[in-house]
Design a protein around this ligand. Structure first.
Ligand code: BES
Ligand code: ZN
Length: 883
């Protein structure tokens, strides 16, 4: 047992160690025998749990977690003899702790047993043991029972010691109607008839030592497909309303991935089977429950003929991510939630690593630079960001750190260190770590120690700074031609551009990765505030080769345009080009550079040939246009004209016809350019979209290729009215795949007519949109000012209903707030949002509110600073005249 956990179990309250609210340490769970009987008509369940405990300290009370459960009876025994047949059970609702108190003291060293009988509700909140529903072909609503425990909802399913370090073994029994499928983490040990044959009791084999948050139970009508291509059987399950064959891609990929990871980790997957289940109502994308991974339908099932390349890539990413957790997270688990990044950062890194091996032609590490790295730098540039290792005390704080810091910055730190060590050495270190800590719990330092062992390098010293501090630096480069050197200086980077000296005290170890015509110098490191480095030929150089470092680089305007030229001359990699544009965009938005410099740089990329680079160009221009959403229409139209001038030629050249010969990237490239041109009113593309849509509406469902389905819907809705709206709405209601349904739902927001905006909002409020999907119609409204305004009014006037529907503990309220609020960019809007939330108890979503407010503040300063600069550039480059 961890020595820092203080034992004060006799208080019957929680133990405050590290400032965390954790359970007392007087007893430790060893084994749970859990029986659950869900009622799919009343939406309740009965349960009993028998917990074997090691008694660590003399005790006359046992505290464990429970939330929204009725505990009806308790029995405490010691080595077979009952010591309390009906002890008192008290509940501390706020702490989510139940305490059983008895007269007799059980002495340290004994083995005790606690038996509890309880009932719970199969809730509608996608947390704990909950109900999920689907409609049959006849329109009948059917229900299943399923679980989502992470982070702290195992205690909502049954009373348990719900902390990741309190690993135990579990023997689960599910009692259900005979025709229903029962699943849990393990395979079935035995099944017997109960209640006179009316029901069956399915008992699963005892699990290995595991954390409570990884448990899962499912009862429902399910179909499956199976593969034997891996050492143990793998199955994909789905409800009968789905075509189970759509699980084939994930099933086959899972077999390859498990084999790959067994080899990479040099460790056999320890469970007897792997099931992956598509759940109709699911709050996250997927959950890595050991041996029973649950997914949102669109993230597991794929109809390759009816979905585009990006959906396929997302499914592949999710499947590989959850499978990586089977080792990293499930076998070796963080010791507490402040180590969440170990789980999520690692699974994120690992999924890209294996994906790159399986699909080298997807070039996912290029995508990483514009995707994961940018989301890390984006969130971490806010004052309201947090360190990777963040202290979390209470359950309601934990959900909020499943964010871009834990996932994206966490994985970026691993990408940085893996490049520094070399990927093979890195994997060797990870292997050692897995072997050493299997079935155990770790802290970040344990990973650094294993990596240091493998590499012989002082990893911890370098990495601690990155995981323990908030933020990252901007490295400013000045040139000394006389000395043939550069001077680089690091400072904290904030998007709001208003760093205070006391916020700028951390000096990061920054790998310069200096690219010159001679190649990349991987050794130079900036560890001080400012250092001079020799550069033999100042004609061409670039820092942060391939953007493996977690920082932004600020060059002089002259150097930046030289780099634009170097890009044209083929001196820079795709990652360099995309990363440089990203840096330039972020530096302009925060006042480190002028936005006119960014616009000139983007303009100079008109002959760019790569998808990933174009993607970043359009992201940065999109950010600028989104920030200027409430500015005068001449400027907005001029920015749109600039976008057209950038993309039209390329969009026309690539075209919007897809053939079997188009590779994965080309498909996405065509889709990107088509969408960007169409949304900027390129007349040829708009007309093409309208023609495809007309054929589609007339019944030719193949008229719109899945790669451009969303763009076509958005373009016609933007330029159309109720007629187009009704057709897209019908696709949301009746399309064959969840992918098309959700695409339609998201696109409805593109319609700008006030009456249609109201229909979109009413739809979001209605039962027709599942709670898991509310964010989709809302996010669709972000492309126009009227939609953004109406959405806020909707949030304010429906606050109580929304709050009730999406309780903060679910995590989705934060998402809805972020989507709704972050589109604002004026001082008046900022004031209004501040005033609205000032009166609210923001517990459970305070980070979302703070981060959204910071986002608005950053945009306000950007516009104030560079509004004139942007206008002048648009005039000088005659985009305002081109109207
Ligand atoms: N462990 C998470 C699921 C989760 C998220 C549980 C939030 C509780 C709160 C899972 O491994 C995960 O990270 N899922 C991602 C997918 C992944 C590809 C990034 C998700 O849900 O989107
Ligand atoms: Zn994960």
């Amino acid at each position: 047992m961890c020595s820092s956990r203080r034992g004060d179990g006799s208080l019957g309250s929680t133990n405050v160690a590290h400032g965390r609210e954790v359970l007392p340490t007087n007893v430790k769970p060893v084994h749970y025998d859990l029986t659950l009987e869900p009622d799919l008509v009343k939406f309740t369940y009965d349960g009993t749990v028998i917990i074997d405990l090691d008694v660590a300290e003399d005790t006359n009370s046992i505290s464990l977690n429970a939330n929204e459960l009725q505990i009806h009876s308790a029995v405490v025994s010691v080595e077979g003899a009952v010591v309390a047949a009906n002890p008192e059970v008290t509940m501390n609702k706020d702490a989510q702790v139940a305490t059983v108190t008895f007269g007799e003291t059980i002495v340290a060293g004994k083995k005790a047993q606690l038996k509890l009988a309880f009932t719970g509700e199969l809730n509608d909140n996608m947390a704990g043991f909950y109900r999920s529903s689907y409609k049959t072909a006849k329109g009948e609503t059917k229900y299943m029972a399923t679980t989502q425990m992470e982070p702290t909802d195992a205690r909502r399913s049954f009373p348990c010691f719900d902390e990741p370090a309190l690993k135990a073994k579990f023997t689960v029994t599910l009692v259900a109607d005979r025709h229903l499928t029962c699943l849990s983490n393990m395979d079935i040990a035995h099944e017997k008839e109960v209640q006179g044959g009316a029901k069956k009791a399915v008992t699963f084999n005892t699990s290995p030592l595991m954390s409570t948050y990884l448990l899962a139970f499912i009862v429902g009508e399910l179909n499956y497909i199976e593969t034997k291509a891996f050492r143990v059987p793998i199955r994909v399950y789905a409800t009968p309303d789905q075509d189970i064959e759509h699980g084939r891609f994930s099933l086959d990929l899972a077999a390859r991935t498990l084999a790959f990871y067994e080899k990479a980790f040099d460790n056999e997957f320890p469970l007897p089977k792997m099931d992956m289940v598509a759940i109709p109502d699911f709050s996250a994308g997927a959950m890595e429950n050991w041996g029973l991974i649950t997914y949102r339908v669109v993230d597991l099932l794929l109809d390759e003929k009816a979905s585009g390349a990006s959906r396929k890539e997302r499914v592949a990413e999710v499947v590989q991510h959850e499978l990586a957790h089977q080792w990293f997270g499930n076998l070796v688990t963080m010791d507490f939630w402040d180590g969440l990044w170990l789980n999520e950062g690692f699974a994120t890194w690992m999924s890209w690593y294996s994906c790159n091996t399986f699909y080298p032609e997807w070039k996912v590490w290029q995508t990483y630079v514009i995707d994961t790295l940018q989301s890390a730098l984006s969130l971490d540039s806010l004052r309201s960001s947090h360190p990777i290792e963040v202290p979390v005390k209470r359950a309601d704080e934990i959900n909020q750190i499943f964010d871009a810091i834990s996932y994206s910055k966490g994985s970026s730190v691993l990408r940085m260190i893996s490049k520094y060590m070399g990927e093979d050495v890195f994997i060797q270190g990870v292997r050692n770590y897995i072997h050493k800590h299997a079935y155990g719990n770790t802290q970040t330092g344990d990973l650094w120690a294993a990596l240091a062992d493998a590499s012989g390098k002082p990893i911890e010293q370098v990495m601690d700074i990155w995981t323990k501090n908030v933020g990252f630096p901007v490295v400013t480069v000045s040139e000394n031609p006389a000395a043939s050197s550069i001077t680089v200086k690091q400072n904290r980077f904030l998007r709001t551009g208003d760093v205070r000296p006391e916020e700028d005290t951390t000096l990061y170890p920054v790998t310069l990765a200096l690219r010159t015509k001679q190649g990349v110098d991987e050794t130079a490191m900036l560890t001080e505030r400012e250092t001079e480095f020799p550069v033999a030929d100042l004609d061409f150089f670039k820092l942060n080769a391939d953007h493996s470092g977690i920082y932004r680089t600020s060059y002089t305007p002259e150097r930046l345009s030289k780099l634009g030229q170097a890009a044209k001359n083929g001196l820079l990699t795709v990652e360099d080009r995309a990363g440089m544009i990203a840096d330039s965009g972020a530096l302009a938005a925060s006042g480190y550079q002028l936005t006119s410099g960014l616009l000139s740089l983007l303009k100079s990329f008109d002959s760019e040939s790569e998808f990933v680079v174009w993607n970043e160009i359009l992201t940065r221009l999109g950010n600028l246009r989104a920030a200027w959403l409430f500015e005068d229409h001449q400027t907005r139209d001029a920015l749109k004209a600039f976008q057209r001038s950038l993309v039209s030629a390329k969009a026309h050249e690539l075209g919007w016809h897809f053939s079997a010969d188009d590779d994965h990237i080309l498909q996405q490239f065509k889709a990107l350019m088509f969408g960007a041109a169409g949304m900027a009113n390129d007349p040829v593309v708009v007309q093409a979209a309208q023609e495809m849509f007309a054929r589609f509406a007339a019944g030719d469902l193949d008229a719109i290729h899945p790669n451009i389905r969303g763009s076509v819907f958005s373009i016609v809705l933007k330029n159309g009215g109720a007629k187009e709206y009704d057709i897209v709405l019908d696709r949301f209601r009746h399309a064959a795949t969840s992918d098309e349904k959700t695409t339609a739902l998201r696109c409805l927001g593109s319609a700008e007519d006030p009456a249609l905006i109201q229909r979109t909002l009413a739809l979001a409020s209605s039962d027709e949109v599942k709670n898991q999907d509310i964010y989709l119609p809302l996010s669709g409204l972000r492309s126009h000012a009227a939609g953004v305004d109406a959405r806020w009014t909707w949030l304010k006037s429906n606050w109580d209903a929304i709050f009730k529907r999406l309780p903060p503990s679910l995590g989705m309220l934060g998402t809805v707030i972020q989507i709704t609020v972050s589109s604002f960019s004026t001082p008046a809007q900022l004031k209004e949002v501040e005033a609205f939330f000032a009166e609210k108890d923001t517990k459970g979503f305070d980070r979302a509110v703070e981060q959204s407010l910071d986002t608005i503040r950053a945009k306000i300063s950007w516009i104030e600073r560079d509004g004139g600069d942007v206008e002048n550039w648009l005039k000088t480059n005659s985009f305002r005249e081109k109207l």
